[in-house]
Ligand binder design. Sequence first.
Ligand code: NDP
Length: 329
Amino acid sequence: EKTPVRVAVTGAAGQIGYALLFRIASGALLGPDQPVSLRLLEITPALKAVEGVIMELDDCAFPLLHSIEATDDANVAFDGASVALLVGARPRSRGMERADLLEANGGIFKPQGQAINAHAADDIKVLVVGNPANTNALIAASNAPDVPNDRFHAMTRLDHNRAIAQLAKKTGTAVSDITNMTIWGNHSASQYPDLFHTKVKGQNAAELVNDQAWLENEFIPTVAKRGAAIIDARGASSAASAANAAIDHVHDWALGTPDGDWVSMSVPSDGSYGVPEGIISSFPCVCKGDGTYEIVQGLEIDEFSRGRIDASANELVEEREAIKQLGLI
Ligand code: NDP
């Protein structure tokens, strides 16, 4: 029998946490033969709510769930962790300036980066879900100097999955017919879902759709504004699909992407495709199944895509400048 893998989850009492923890414990994250041990981090006032979630996890009697522990101490939460899902974050409130938002999140992600640096396992993989996810990931990575920075990712998989769903609808195909989707840039309104390399049953998606107006005026905005549309319809945020995307991201990072396909992951830029080095930006990535990933190389970027990729990367450069000035990195 395999040794349990320690998985840390922050914001465990929140909406996404509630959709995420049961999937992790069922084996959806690391595979059906991999026991997991959960460490749940919450702020002190939410610890009681976490106890309730733990009661429910107990009541599922998941065969793969080895143990659960809740804490309000990041040093305990990340101790020995091989996977960390950073979900808890400070949401933007009405009228909040970007600098205030970044500063509030710096107060969360800086100490968490330091705690990961001091206590996590050597093979730690960190996925930041809490927004602004890309820049929160950069804050955490910058405060964990002993951990290779390629272990800090931010989630753009939900945008990737949303783009696949929209394209399947438009082309009357199944989501399983669609491969090689890419989200470039920031997990924000500036993100760029790229159909020029996507395939539908092996055929180029942009050529198949052959409708630049739909691409620019419907597809891209629908994907970028999907979160708001769900809040509008449901009266609550898209927590379940966000949790599902977090599972997909870590699952593929740890266990590999299918041959010939790739996924969208926000990872530290190495300068590929002219994206400034060091920002955590979304790229097409392949994962080999040994915990490593590579940014797919050699894709041709046309003028339209170039403009979109640059605009989103510039937004991330500005956010990096802001957190530098706040002394967070
Ligand atoms: P959610 O669980 O709904 O969301 C958590 C974070 O995920 C938010 O930053 C949210 O960003 C982000 N997110 C990313 N993608 C999505 C998506 N598609 N849909 C919705 N959210 C998305 O928030 P709750 O308020 O329910 O729970 C947050 C929990 O975190 C609370 O229990 C709080 O106590 C805890 N917390 C814990 C901390 C810690 O452990 N140290 C620190 C701070 C908070 P956005 O707001 O932009 O939607």
